[in-house]
Design a protein. Structure first.
Length: 315
């Protein structure tokens, strides 16, 4: 059996699980393979592919050409980059792994604090011999707006409350009663954008959330407000956000996710002084990676034994 492990940027997969127990030939790819034709060519002969989250897309046309593929393991519990209708059609089994959500909530606050205290400016300045050059924004007494109040949004709300922030939220299915369970006030979408000093996105990417934060929503925000996104890039209209940041229509953005990942070197977001950017690090922690790769090995072993586990399906 040949196994391909994709997008292991830190080259740690083989150290975090007992891959030798599978008795397989394993190839690790530490660089992203963006071109579909190149991906198909490099995965030739692989019976099993382990995909790290949604870093690599598996649309129908790619899956149709991966004629050796029998098992596709996706780290995490869902993967919008895999066409499950196509995998079912081609007889490709798809299995997931366990996951931890709290690291992403922690990283959300790393981004909020970095942006509020201008750490992207002050940290390199200190290394270069500099001293104070910015004035930070306090969070106590400000309003934290949560676009989504599920497992992640509610965790982020608790930290905001600990900082003394007022917390408000909106999502399409959020009720006042559900929000009150987290000591959060449910408001309208328009009020959320208009009142928030920090607006943090915590929604799953879907047809109805794609582009949900567009030019109209950004126009409602305060001129010193901060937009934070650790969810999925396409929930925010990236072109509209770049324009709002460039024209100083909002105070800034703190982003961990983007439309195209890895973010192209020449992308305009990289040039803006009011954008704090990290390379999709929300889930990249030791504990999460250990779960990902341990469960991936278990998935493959179960497949070898003819008793697959953690199967992902359309239903």
């Amino acid at each position: 059996m040949k196994i391909a492990i994709l997008d292991d940027y830190q080259n740690v997969a083989l150290d975090l699980a007992d891959w030798k127990s599978l008795g397989a030939e394993i190839e690790v790819f530490t660089s992203h393979i963006a071109d579909p034709d190149d991906l198909v060519a490099r995965l030739a002969g692989a019976e099993v592919v382990v995909a790290m989250r949604e870093r690599t897309r598996f649309p129908a046309d790619v899956l149709a050409r991966l004629t050796d593929l029998k098992l596709l393991v996706s780290t995490g519990q869902r993967n919008a980059a895999i066409d499950l209708k196509a995998t079912e059609r081609h007889g490709i089994l798809v299995c997931g792994t366990g996951y931890l959500s709290h690291p992403t909530a922690e990283h959300t606050w790393a981004l909020i604090l970095a942006a509020a205290r201008h750490l992207d400016v002050e940290l390199p300045a200190m290394r270069a011999g500099g001293w104070q050059s910015t004035v930070g924004i306090p969070l106590h007494g400000r309003t934290l707006g949560l676009l989504g109040l599920g497992r992640l949004g509610s965790r982020v709300a608790k930290v905001g409350q600990a900082f003394g922030m007022e917390t408000i939220a909106w999502s399409q299915n959020l009720t006042a009663e559900r929000a009150a369970e987290h000591d959060v006030a449910a408001v309208s979408k328009e009020e959320l954008f208009a009142r928030a000093d920090v607006l943090s996105v915590h929604l799953v990417l879907s047809k109805r959330t794609r582009g949900l934060v567009g030019a109209a929503e950004l126009a409602l925000m305060k001129p010193d407000a901060l937009l934070v996104n650790t969810s999925r890039g396409p929930i925010v209209d990236e072109a509209a956000l770049v324009e709002a940041l460039r024209d100083k229509k909002i105070g800034g953005a703190a982003l961990d996710v983007f439309d195209a990942e890895p973010l192209p070197a020449g992308h305009p977001l990289r040039t803006l002084d009011n954008a704090v950017l990290t390379p999709h690090l929300g889930y990249v922690t030791q504990d999460v990676y250990e779960i990902f790769f341990r469960d991936a090995v278990e998935d493959i072993a179960a497949y070898q034994a003819g008793s697959p586990v953690r199967v992902m399906s359309l239903t």
